[in-house]
Design a protein around this ligand. Structure first.
Ligand code: SF4
Length: 496
């Protein structure tokens, strides 16, 4: 990102740099045609907007918001924000602040940020008897270092503009009722250090190494690009169990990819990672499985897998934003009569959660001896949550819990599979199961484009538009999750 040949560093770029240096590099120099924005970001934007409104309510100020007709022009918005500050308005919502500095090589750089709120205080500055301190809204639950660094970056710009040294800067987190005060004596020097590092990386134009992390890369628009790079280089981050710390240890000891992990003796691996033999064995076995493309038995004795003439496969869709489990999907399989049927218990509005829970219980009770298979802990947690919320008798809950079998637990106890993570998508995909594209019905599964978060987007579309197309998309997706769980169970049963 350059402005008339001058480098521009924004709070957004710096925030991303803190999380992934490669992301900032690609945002500045990457080929935009390779970017793929995720629909779920729209939901996050709405959530941010709602949270911003809470911040405004908390400070309860008469605020001005710099606006322009037509295209967003940050330079003009910065000029309007400066004008509002000089006029001494009480608060400025979503203003833009910007300052030109010389970096350590003497090159001109523009620093720019958009704090959620600028609040007037009675401390003199170049404007007069007043100045402004910043407040940033954040959707996180904890005041993470990256939030504090960005707030300190904003303070640094404000200090330069106002000609003072602020001692106050606040972050309002999503679930907190009062703001978090950032200790600027600690975080200002760190933010300045981060700015220098980031500018240096951008100037050298050397792309930072890829590192695939499920949490960090999930919503990144460069995921497809990075994944291809990681895959073709047999990157260490694709091995389940390799944390950033372990990655650094391996690389600094000359172990750069999957192949070299497989070639390294177990004792050496254990020494490098300074870990238990069991951990080193797991990493090595996992790597061998990935490189060979074959499953490996982890234990001589597999955990028991119940068999019954009638079985149920269970999967839930939830809207975390509205705190509702809106779809309880079941695949009912009658092996003796070779019948299978997919049933949904669907809350068309969040208020219907109680009635779908009651209907689900009623259905499940009709088959008291059928084991209920699911994948991951979420189903157990949700059953407990719904039972507690809607006063389900303890005996009924216990009976239901005793019939739940978590295939994820059984699988990871028994096998190493040649997969990069043990999500249902990766595992079932490896076993030859393909999700349909719910929008077209075609078998065109793309693990990064469709997931539980996509269902949240569709449920949101349904609630906003009332178009049942979105409910159909969710049902197709959920049915495939149930079918994939069934596919996995069959594979494990055959193996046994
Ligand atoms: S996909 Fe991951 S490694 Fe690549 S830029 Fe995004 S966050 Fe960084």
């Amino acid at each position: 990102m350059f402005e008339t040949g001058r480098m521009l560093l924004t709070d957004e770029l710096l925030f991303r740099y803190k999380r992934c240096r490669r992301r900032t590099f690609l945002d500045v120099y990457g080929n935009v045609t390779c970017r793929q924005e995720k629909d779920f970001l729209g939901i996050l934007r709405e959530e941010r907007e709602l949270h911003n409104q809470k911040v405004l309510q908390y400070y309860n100020l008469k605020v001005e918001q710099p606006r322009l007709w037509g295209e967003r022009d940050n330079k003009k918005l910065a000029a309007i924000t400066t004008q509002l500050m000089s006029q001494g308005v009480d608060g400025i919502y979503q203003g833009v602040i910007s300052v030109d500095i010389l970096d350590k090589d003497g090159d001109r750089v523009t620093l720019m940020a958009s704090p959620t709120l600028l609040v007037k205080q009675n401390i003199p500055s170049r404007w007069g008897d007043w100045s402004y301190f910043p407040v940033n809204a954040s959707l996180g639950k904890n005041p993470k270092p990256e939030y504090k660094l960005i707030l300190a970056f904003v303070v640094d710009i404000l200090n330069r503009i106002q000609g003072i040294s602020l001692s106050r800067g606040e972050i309002l987190l999503k679930d907190n009722s009062s703001p978090h005060q950032v200790d600027l004596a600690i975080w200002l020097p760190r933010a300045q250090e981060l700015v220098n590092e980031c500018l240096e990386m951008l100037k050298t134009k050397e792309i930072p190494d890829v590192y695939i992390s499920r949490q960090r890369c999930g919503f990144c628009p460069w995921y497809d690009d990075c994944y291809q790079v990681a895959k073709s280089s047999l990157h260490l981050s694709l091995i389940p169990g390799i944390t950033p710390n372990r990655y650094e240890l391996l690389v600094s000891n000359g172990i750069h990819n999957l192949e070299t992990v497989c070639q390294t003796p177990l004792s050496r691996l254990q020494e490098i990672l300074a870990c238990e033999k069991e951990v080193a064995t797991r990493i090595k076995q996992q790597s061998i499985s990935l490189l060979s493309g074959k499953p490996i038995l982890r234990q001589p004795n597999l955990l028991p897998l119940p068999q019954s003439s009638v079985e149920i496969y269970f999967d839930i869709e939830a809207d975390t934003r509205r705190n509702v489990d809106y779809l309880l999907g079941v695949l009912w399989v009658d092996h003796d009569n070779m019948i299978q049927e997919y049933r949904t218990f669907l809350a068309k509005s969040p208020g219907e959660e109680k009635s779908i829970w009651r209907d689900f219980l009623h259905f499940i009770q009709k088959y008291p001896h059928a084991p209920i298979f699911h994948y991951s802990e979420y189903e157990v947690e949700t059953v407990k949550r719904l039972a507690s919320l809607y006063n389900t008798p303890a005996s009924q809950l216990q009976s239901l819990l005793s019939r739940l079998f978590d295939l994820h637990r059984i699988l990871t106890h028994s096998f190493f599979l040649p997969v990069e993570n043990y999500s249902l998508k990766s595992v079932a995909n490896y076993l030859g199961f393909h999700w349909r594209n719910p929008k077209t019905g075609n078998n065109s599964y793309n693990p990064t484009s469709i997931g539980g978060d996509q269902c949240i987007v569709w449920y949101d579309q349904w609630l906003k538009t009332g178009d049942s197309f979105w409910l159909d998309c969710i049902k197709i997706y959920n049915e495939d999750d149930c079918l994939a769980t069934y596919h996995l169970k069959q594979w494990m049963a055959d193996f046994q």
